[in-house]
Design a protein around this ligand. Structure first.
Ligand code: S3P
Length: 438
């Protein structure tokens, strides 16, 4: 892997005060492009996340002949081509660091008439894809992978798909979404059974595009052969990006921060529940529903945190927020234990090992276990940490630096742009002391 030169240095003693609207939700932004492209008519998207991951999805659909105009910063107009209107791209589609793009698009492309290859960066090329290629193959798809089911993938077109009822062995919204998108092209009914609830943005958005989706308990089903009608999507602020500031304000003395227009879909709010169990002071105000997604303004004030055993049921509902939750645990009184979270080892980096190493490098007490971590709260000294090109690791240690005794220097921070363009500016705007150096 080539390491980026970008480093962050975060210094102790900053403040966390004021109001902030963090960028748009990554999961919803990806899906807005995919469904907007497959719809009939125009889809207008406001507050689209213009981070590199979602731009990879946008460019991929442009390469398949979908006209997408960026009207003003953050607003898109997508001229949908209908379920059967995509064209073969001239080249393999490069999806950068984005697992969501690759897994969801593999399902969507399995039902096309043309062949397409999907590639990614070094991190994405290490990530497991069999979790989608195996059930898609059972639906009739033909997909070639590199050894061990890794990218690059070649999806062969022209194969008729048939519906499948699939009980997922892991709680994964990406797998569920991939199969539902393939199901749009399948003969008959496609049903996915979840072992635990996972984010349901695909189901909500399909309904917003007028496509019937049926949920009965843990099973979600749709029938192929329908149509999507262009719509309007207002992307809420990403709770996964807000999470860094929920922890920042919680661990900083005398802090008070308002985070505006944050998506609080109950399949995403595990981070709030976990922080509250640790003693955090977080209040939801002005709860409303915008375009089928719950939204609220979050008020967070500093509070003494204590260690907990994190309930396993909350793991899928906070799956992207654990790096910064581990930082919260490092400043909490007592021990925090996480179990049932082996999935963290196959994210953009091995987030259990990389966080344990980084916390130890800063003088913390963290022990990695096969499916989680044990953290004993204690003042971090500061030091130098490697993010391994993982955006959420880089941002989590940026937050840790507020309360460490000495600065924390974080290496390889370029990929923060995949999910949170403007992160450094946002931190400084609320009073933190974060510098970037090339
Ligand atoms: C996502 C689902 C989650 C999450 C990822 C985005 C999505 O992955 O970690 O950042 O948009 O569906 P898994 O479904 O693999 O848990």
């Amino acid at each position: 892997m080539t390491q980026s030169e970008l480093r962050f240095i975060t210094r102790p003693g900053g403040e966390v005060q004021g109001r902030l609207r963090v960028p748009g939700d990554k999961s919803i932004s990806h899906r807005s492009i995919m469904l907007g492209a497959l719809a009939e008519g125009t889809t207008q998207v406001s507050a689209f996340l213009d981070g590199e991951d979602c731009l990879a999805t946008l460019n991929a659909f442009r390469a398949m002949g979908v006209p997408i105009e960026i009207t003003t910063s953050g607003s898109l107009s997508i001229q949908g081509v209908g379920l059967h209107g995509l064209q073969a791209p001239q080249m393999p589609l490069y999806l950068g660091n984005s697992g969501t793009s690759m897994r969801l698009m593999t399902g969507l492309l399995a039902g096309q008439a043309f062949d397409v290859a999907l590639t990614g960066d070094a991190s994405l090329s290490r990530r497991p894809m069999r979790r989608v290629t195996e059930p898609l193959t059972r639906m009739g798809a033909q997909i070639d992978t590199a050894p061990e089911g890794r990218p690059p993938l070649t999806i062969h077109g022209g194969h008729a798909l048939h519906g499948l009822t699939y009980a997922m062995p892991i709680a994964s919204a990406q797998v569920k979404s991939s199969l539902l998108l393939a199901g749009l092209y399948a003969e008959g009914e496609t049903c996915v059974i979840e072992p635990a609830p996972t984010r349901d943005h695909t189901e909500r958005m399909l309904k917003g595009f007028g496509y019937p989706v049926d949920r009965q308990g843990e099973q979600v089903c749709l029938r192929g052969g329908g149509r999507l009608t262009g719509t309007r999507i207002d992307v809420p602020a990403d709770i996964s990006s807000a999470a860094f500031f929920l922890v920042a304000a919680s661990i900083t003395p005398h802090a008070e921060l308002w985070l505006e227009h944050v998506g609080v879909n109950p399949t995403r709010t595990g981070v709030i529940e976990i922080l509250k169990l640790m003693g955090a002071q977080i209040t939801l105000h002005n709860q409303r529903e915008i375009g089928g997604e719950p939204v609220a303004d979050l008020q967070v004030q500093s509070a003494p945190l204590h260690g907990i055993d994190i309930p396993e049921a909350l793991v899928p509902l906070a799956i992207d927020e654990f790096p910064v939750l581990f930082v919260a645990a490092s400043f909490a009184e007592g021990v925090t234990r996480l179990t049932g979270a082996a999935e963290l080892r196959v994210k953009e980096s091995d987030r259990i090992q990389v966080m344990a190493d980084g916390l130890q490098a800063c003088g913390g007490e963290a022990e990695a276990t096969p499916d989680g971590i044990v953290i004993r709260g204690k003042a971090l000294r500061g030091g130098v940490v490697e993010s391994h090109g993982d955006h959420r690791i880089a941002m989590a240690f940026s937050i840790a630096g507020i309360r460490a005794l000495e600065p924390i220097e974080i290496h390889d921070c370029e990929n923060v742009n995949t999910s949170f363009p403007g992160f450094v500016e946002a931190c400084n705007r609320v009073g933190m002391k974060l510098e970037q150096m090339q």
